[in-house]
Design a protein around this ligand. Structure first.
Ligand code: PLP
Length: 126
């Protein structure tokens, strides 16, 4: 497994080019290497510098994509998200349940209300 923070990397601020991203996906596809893409910073980049995530370049389910509300809303909420193949997500969800019985309700409730005020058509299930 490799763990990458490819966009606005902490602490250097550097961003992997699309060529390097494609190369990493090619190599990892060839050797069956899982990638964890830690991407809390693309949400605060400028649109004209947009480079596709590794996740969006992955056609084989190699990439687990993780991000966070810490940089765009509030680090105190301690809320992030993960995207990946369903069986992997299921196992991670089971593990989290065993470790901490799930995230605190109040931050989830706060987030739901925040999004509801942005767009009352949104339905979030907690
Ligand atoms: C690259 C990177 N990933 C993850 C985190 C942590 O995010 P969170 O606050 O959601 O735990 C940070 C925080 O500074 C970070 O720099």
């Amino acid at each position: 497994m490799i763990f990458l923070n490819p966009t606005h990397q902490n602490p250097t601020g550097s961003t992997l080019s699309i060529e390097k991203r494609n190369r990493i996906i090619d190599i990892c596809s060839k050797y069956g290497i899982v990638i964890v893409e830690d991407d809390p910073y693309s949400l605060i980049g400028y649109d004209d510098n947009y480079i596709p995530s590794l996740k969006s370049l992955d056609s084989q389910g190699l990439v687990l994509y993780i991000s966070s509300l810490s940089k765009i809303l509030s680090s105190g909420l301690r809320i992030g998200w993960i995207s990946g193949p369903q069986p992997v997500i299921q196992r991670i969800a089971d593990l989290k349940q065993q470790l901490d019985f799930g995230h605190l309700t109040y931050p989830n409730y706060t987030l739901r209300n925040y999004y509801y005020h942005l767009d009352s058509n949104i339905t979030l299930h907690i």
